[in-house]
Write a protein that binds this ligand. Structure first.
Ligand SMILES: Nc1ncnc2c1ncn2[C@@H]1O[C@H](COP(=O)(O)OP(=O)(O)OP(=O)(O)O)[C@@H](O)[C@H]1O
Length: 257
């Protein structure tokens, strides 16, 4: 199981933020470091609570990629990553096939730049990192800067895409843009990785409602109409044919470079 991360730096400890709807409740560590003072029997619950540190939250993980055009600068970029307070949990050099690249960027399927993006991302090896830091997703996005390096040069001078990006496609680096993307992308690149925390509660309900239920509902409705002899196999085939995330290859195999 992947290690549970807690930053040592007190300033870096996240406290539970009720506004943080993107974070599932399982983010909460049950470990509460209450300090060295003992709690005597006569203290009220309120006074105990007021002396306890707020619950700490596991640090967040994100996926970073050094893209083909910046691979000659990977050592330099890794140094910048570390100097910006990220912990590199996992690192892998991979060469994506075109199918894997299109699966990874499936959300852009149908856009004008999709074919060139897939060709570019599968043209040469890349280095993928699992990065950890409090608020790592936003922090890494901030460090890499806007998608277009020319815009980055104007609005975020010194960001990675300003420094290493060449154009809108060859923009040196990638960063997950949300908790769910980070989870999906880390699993995509590191099959042996258990991404914690696993979403539960409202986050899971929201995810299923958005990503799974609409398709399942259509499939089950059709299944009830047709009443096939082998309903499970029928449904499996129906889901493959009607997968809204096409093109998608099953279980991407990443070759170690
Ligand atoms: N208009 C465009 N023309 C060419 N390539 C593009 C264009 N927009 C995006 N791309 C390429 O597709 C990638 C994914 O686009 P997206 O809109 O998700 O940007 P991003 O989130 O900043 O980038 P990334 O997902 O790589 O971190 C970009 O990093 C870039 O390589």
């Amino acid at each position: 199981m992947s290690p549970i991360l807690m930053d040592n730096d007190d300033d870096d400890i996240l406290h539970q933020d009720p506004q943080d709807s993107d974070r599932p409740p399982s983010d909460l560590s049950s470990s509460i470091s209450g300090g060295s003072s003992s709690i005597d029997d006569v203290e009220t619950e309120e006074s105990i609570e007021s002396r306890m540190n707020p619950p700490q939250i596991y640090t967040e993980r994100t996926l970073g990629i050094v893209k083909p055009d910046a691979m000659d600068k990977v050592v330099e970029i890794e140094d910048i990553i570390l100097r910006n307070g990220f912990t590199i949990l996992q690192k892998r050099k991979v060469h994506l096939s075109p199918e894997q690249a299109s699966d990874f960027y499936v959300e852009h399927y149908g856009k004008m730049f999709f074919p060139s993006l897939v060709a570019y991302m599968s043209s040469a090896p890349i280095t993928v990192f699992v990065l950890a830091k409090n608020k790592s997703i936003a922090s890494w996005r901030e460090l890499i800067g806007p998608t277009n390096p020319f815009k980055a040069r104007e609005t975020h001078p010194g960001c990675l895409r300003d420094t290493y990006g060449k154009d809108q496609t060859r923009n040196a680096v990638h960063g997950s843009d949300s908790f769910h993307s980070a989870e999906r992308e880390i699993r995509f690149m590191f099959h042996d990785s258990i991404v914690e925390p696993i979403a539960v509660g409202q986050a899971t309900k929201d995810y299923l409602a958005k990503e799974v239920n609409p398709t399942m509902l259509k499939g089950l409705t059709q299944l009830c109409k047709e009443k096939p002899g082998d309903p499970v196999m029928w449904l499996a085939e129906w889901l493959i044919d009607n997968n809204p995330n096409k093109p998608k290859v099953s279980g991407p195999v990443i070759s170690e470079a």
